[in-house]
Design a protein around this ligand. Structure first.
Ligand SMILES: [Zn+2]
Length: 320
């Protein structure tokens, strides 16, 4: 057990809620994990979170907990801690910060999940940096922008939605209702869509075969497995996905001038299959000659699924 302060970090996603006690150095004690209930309204979620906090506080490392931090999927008002809306959950206009503080008696902070993950990477990752972006490529595309050592949120916490930056106005429909957002072209959802189309065109191919073996529809996971096994079609889909990601990297870096770009989320497990085309496109669309305006390195993130809860705990320790 480490000395120093400890906070509870909670990471609320569309499919699961993760929690842990987090030390100032990012050490994780006593992890918990629950499935996000199908009916993820505020009443149901408040009960779930209160139970998780009680269980963590009752654990051996729980005695010294002084605050709670939450990273949540969706549009989160900062510093109020009200979740206005989340595309994959039922909660809306949920005063999570106030509800948590009332239920637990501990000070709480609530932020967007991408923001807190970015904070974890900026402070504690292998490539620590005060001017960086983390892009998480999973079901959607999340982002955490850290500038001058601080999370960039915009005036109300509603900024830094890099996943919904447009990279193709004629592109596919995004979960947000627009067409051609980065998320619609460079996420696990995009990979699933492209994989289904490829399998429909080539029912004898490896992607279709892997889906048939698992007895279900094609998912992004089948495309990843096929690409790692050397299937050319699946690799070309990663090429398209990585290219869209690289276009997004070049665009967002044109605005902010980062020193490093980190890629996290489940799809980074595909390694160079994703990163190589992303770097190539980032170079292709980069603004300015390299000698004048260098392209920052594009590297895999340090924390995988843990970034959210570690960053949430860290934010609570910094802000309370
Ligand atoms: Zn969108």
């Amino acid at each position: 057990m480490t000395n120093g302060r400890r906070a509870i970090g909670l990471d609320i996603g569309g499919t699961k809620v993760a929690g842990a006690i987090v030390g100032e150095d990012g050490t994780v004690h006593g992890e918990l994990r629950r499935n996000t209930p199908d009916n993820s309204d505020a009443v149901t979620m408040n009960d779930l979170l209160r139970g998780m906090v009680e269980e963590l506080r009752a654990s051996e490392a729980g005695a010294g907990v002084s605050a709670i931090g939450v990273g949540a999927a969706g549009t989160v008002e900062w510093p109020v801690g009200r979740i206005r809306w989340a595309p994959n959950n039922n909660y809306e206009n949920w005063d999570l910060r106030a509800d948590l503080e009332a239920a637990t008696g501990l000070p709480a902070v609530v932020d967007n999940d991408g923001n807190v993950a970015g904070l974890a990477e900026a402070r504690l990752g292998q490539v620590r940096n005060d001017d960086m972006i983390l892009l998480t490529v999973g079901t959607g595309v999340g982002a955490g922008i850290v500038l001058g050592g601080k999370i960039y949120r915009g005036p109300h916490g509603l900024g830094a939605e890099v996943g919904h930056m447009n990279v193709n106005p004629d592109g596919p429909l995004c979960g947000c209702g627009n067409h051609g957002c980065l998320e619609s072209m460079a996420s696990g959802t995009a990979l699933t869509r492209m994989g289904r189309s490829a399998a429909a065109h080539d029912p004898e191919g490896m992607i279709a075969g892997l889906a048939a073996e698992s007895g279900g529809e094609v998912t992004g996971r089948h495309v990843t497995m096929a690409a790692m096994a050397g299937d050319r079609t699946a690799q070309s889909l990663f090429g398209r996905l990585g290219r869209a990601l690289g276009v997004g990297i070049a665009s967002v870096n044109a605005i902010f001038e980062f020193e490093v770009v980190l890629i996290g989320g489940g799809l980074v497990d595909a390694g160079e299959l994703l990163l190589e085309p992303a770097r190539r496109a980032a170079r292709e669309f980069h603004y300015g000659p390299p000698g004048v305006r260098p392209l920052p390195p594009v590297l895999p993130a340090t924390y995988k699924g843990d970034a959210g809860k570690i960053g949430a705990g860290l934010l609570a320790l910094e802000e309370t």
